[in-house]
Write a protein that binds this ligand. Sequence first.
Ligand code: DLZ
Length: 162
Amino acid sequence: MATKYHNLSDYDANSVPSGEGMKIGIVVSEWNSEITGALLEGASKTLQDNGVRKEDILVKTVPGSFELIYGAQQMTKLPLDAIIAIGCVIRGDTPHFDYICQGTTAGLSHLNATQDVPVIYGLITTNNMQQAKDRSGGSLGNKGDECAVTAIKMADYRRSIK
Ligand code: DLZ
């Protein structure tokens, strides 16, 4: 589980199906935009590195991570092969962190379990800004890369069972 034993940008290129022809939606939270922008950049680049055309990547922003649920839910109405939800919640002084993390995670999980299109969990939840930087292109790689690879694999999985 611990990311410190695994670089988020590492993947076996041979295990990734071609993303050619896939349409991927990305919903991004504006909160902690330095981090979510870097996650988006990683996801977008890795999708393209694996064959997804730039014009087949739909990017929409929402104010905060909690709004990722609604943002992703709206995207399920579109003809997309997978949806990536990107956000970053950093612990503060109150229990607010826990409520946002739990609410967002539960909402995205619900969508993933009930909608036809796979929803990929790109929410970083950290104790401080440095941990977020480490996971958005820093010493531990970029979770956006991991989400992109997962989106392509899940879109391929979905196609394989239709
Ligand atoms: C309110 C809030 C706080 C305190 N912290 C974060 C955060 O670290 N990351 C994030 O994505 N959003 C945060 N938000 C905003 C909530 O996600 C949400 O936008 C508001 O509660 C309005 O619904």
